[in-house]
Design a protein around this ligand. Structure first.
Ligand code: C2E
Ligand code: MG
Ligand code: MG
Length: 276
């Protein structure tokens, strides 16, 4: 068996053997600092190699079709975790967002799988957003559009992830049924140093707002970047500065348990943001 084949087998064993995990990163609303959602991110708790990241799993999972099983597992786990948090803490977590690979969207039965998982976990479709990347829309736009429309018809929200990294086309924003646009962290990184990046992000935000899409900026690592994205009119943000991705039990301990005492979960923002 070659290296790729061995890795595929390891991933299959990890899925069957319960070694996969979901980490969650808070997404924060920038008008008042309130938690709006958690992004579910795949992790692999390897017995010898420790915590492994998606880039060590996804390429092989996608080329072998294992992503179908993994994707369904992540969605199911995210729905279950959300249900558990809801029971304990009410609506402190408005929604969970789950990344979906282009291969999964375009392979048959996507809508059926999503519907089945939602029913099985008794999850309200309005509590789930799926994140897809631009590459999903490239290969067969009309088919992608019809699949995404089916997902929308279930009542599930849609996010266009990593916006600006692919073949960004204004047409995607207009034609496809997205609710939110997530600006890639490559832009966030050069906000401070590069005036043209600032202009591009500002223009993208204005355009998204014209199309009635909310904008999330990802990869916010510093207070200065947070101030900048707020000044540019961004609706929501996520990044290490606000909170890194955390295992489910830490989300519970560090975030939800505090909230149970203090009411809605708020993250401190630079003063300007709350208008004080
Ligand atoms: P993404 O959906 O754009 O997720 C955001 C990535 O940025 C995550 O990396 C997150 O850990 C990282 N991140 C968050 N805040 C910061 C920050 O302030 N600075 C920097 N430099 N990075 C930050 P991660 O977890 O390694 O995931 C990488 C990509 O793998 C994701 O990008 C997503 O495309 C994919 N992915 C993750 N989980 C899944 C999954 O369950 N299914 C599928 N199909 N793809 C997944
Ligand atoms: Mg994402
Ligand atoms: Mg992204």
């Amino acid at each position: 068996m070659n290296r790729r084949g061995r890795r595929a087998q390891e991933i299959r064993d990890a899925l069957d053997g319960g070694e996969l995990r979901v980490a969650y990163q808070p997404v924060v609303e920038l008008h008042g600092g309130q938690l709006t959602g958690l992004e579910a991110l795949l992790r692999w708790q390897h017995p010898d190699r420790g915590l492994m990241m998606p880039n060590e799993i996804l390429p092989v999972a996608e080329s072998t079709g294992l992503i179908l099983g993994i994707g369904e597992w992540v969605l199911t786990q995210a729905c279950r975790d959300l249900q558990q948090w809801r029971q304990l803490y009410g609506s402190a977590i408005p929604h969970v967002t789950v990344n979906v690979s282009p291969f999964r969207v375009m392979a048959s039965g996507f809508q059926t799988t999503v519907e089945r998982v939602l029913q099985m976990t008794r999850t309200d479709p309005a509590d789930i957003f799926l994140e897809v990347t631009e590459s999903t829309l490239l290969e067969d736009g009309p088919r992608a559009n019809s699949v995404l429309q089916q997902i929308k018809d279930l009542g599930v929200g849609l996010i266009l992830d990593d916006f600006g990294t692919g073949y960004s086309s204004l047409n995607y924003l207009r034609r496809f049924p997205f609710d939110l646009l997530k600006i890639d962290r490559a832009f966030t990184k050069s906000l401070e140093s590069d005036e043209s990046t600032r202009k591009i992000v500002a223009g993208t935000i204005d355009l998204a707002h014209v199309l009635e899409l909310e904008v999330v900026v990802e990869g916010v690592e510093t207070a200065r970047q947070l101030t900048q994205v707020i000044d540019l009119g961004t609706d929501r943000a996520q990044g290490y500065y606000l909170c890194p991705p955390l295992p489910a039990d830490q989300i519970k301990q560090r975030i939800l348990e505090t909230a149970a005492e203090t009411g809605p979960i708020r993250f401190p923002l630079p003063e300007r943001a709350t208008g004080n």
